[in-house]
Design a binder for this molecule. Sequence first.
Ligand code: NAP
Length: 469
Amino acid sequence: MPIATVNPANGETLRTFEELGAEEIERRLAAAASAFRDYRTTDLSERARLLNRAADLLEEDQESIARTMTTEMGKPLAAARAEAAKCVKAMRWYAAHAAELLADEHPPQTEVADSGAALARVRYRPLGVVLAVMPWNFPLWQVVRFAAPALMAGNTGLLKHASNVPQTALYLGDLFRRAGFPEGCFQTLLVGSRAVEGILRDPRVAAATLTGSEPAGRSVAAIAGDEVKKTVLELGGSDPFVVMPSADLERAVRTAVTARVQNNGQSCIAAKRFIVHADVHDAFVERFTARMAGLTVGDPMADTTDVGPLASEQGRADLEELVDDAVRRGATALCGGQRPKDLPQGWFYEPTVLTGITPDMRIHREEAFGPVATVYRVGDVDEAVELANDTPFGLSSNVWTADVAEQERFARDIEAGGVFFNGMTASHPALPFGGVKRSGYGRELSGHGIKEFCNVTTVWHGAEPAQGA
Ligand code: NAP
């Protein structure tokens, strides 16, 4: 894939970029490793000062970087502004909390005495250079939620961003440099996916994190496994959105629409499968379809737009294939199911609601990465749980019920990294984020996220350490 900015709203190529050559990659790997040697010992207060400075700069740049994101991948401008603001918040959160999250842990002496220790503690030390392979759908957020904790923990970072968001990628490298992070601490590598293997196998790279599709994750994890290097994988999702009879139906419907079409439907944690109890099924479907059909599809720069274009022509073709396959096998499109006729340029697709889904349809198992919802009818909690889990993915889930016993049942039995009741899945710096099954492993955000790229070190003393001895 060429490294280029192509406006998905009209298909126009705005800028193309040369991939870095072998020599330049080598220079940056050396810089990352060299930076780590000193940066790993910097005070957390100094790291926090730098990260807060980066947050201030990003806040100042909010409008321009939001426009760059919208131009490169088509998300509505308001959503791009919100994404930049969320990054500022996460940077400040890690700057404020890293010292407490990474503080030494002291197991009770009564517990460790049995090991012969006079004293023992757990210390969180950085791992080294971490390679981040990132997707285009939240081009700032995905990177910041890796970079902020990784840098606070004392690691250095190399960013291989998606090839369709090069300007956002370059902005990020520049942001951390302008904030004052030492040379080599965080660098953007404009390279294609073929270059990833060589970088990951380089002995100076300690670990990798990948957010993206399952095939990309599998490939990076296989290489990292071969090299015995730590990985975190944040992959696809096909999150259920369960509606039970006790739900506040109007709120559930409104949230369902947002949860499905946020980011033009291209979010890993978007609700994709709507599993509705028979008692409220018809009312839900009627209201949900009316709202989905009433969304404004169009220019992502316009304030009035709800749904912009898909990020790439291939992405739209993949989505069309899923919908066409379902309809061919007997599904019904209650709305949408095609390209909007009034938008012949750009990679737009109408918000779509599909019913009559059966297990033989690809969309039952695969992730629909665009504004397409599938709706299922279930008779009881057991059926709802079973269907919610009938997917290769396990990222998050949304359940609408006021019944406490039902809530406990879903919280216990849904196979996913999150169970959100009476609301919509969203990431937050203080809450762990990640999945199970084919959605990946490891966690981002919160204390769990910052510790992923730490060497959890046992420091053991056979005798009380004496000052100055
Ligand atoms: P993608 O094609 O997998 O690309 C993601 C990144 O991986 C890009 O930088 C891409 O580089 C690189 N890449 C692709 N194939 C690779 C390979 N074989 N080896 C090494 N690197 C490779 O995914 P996408 O289409 O950009 O993103 C959509 C997917 O990401 C969806 O499945 C979505 O659910 C998932 N996602 C998950 C999360 C989460 O937190 N779980 C968040 C956001 C998105 P190029 O661009 O150069 O190909």
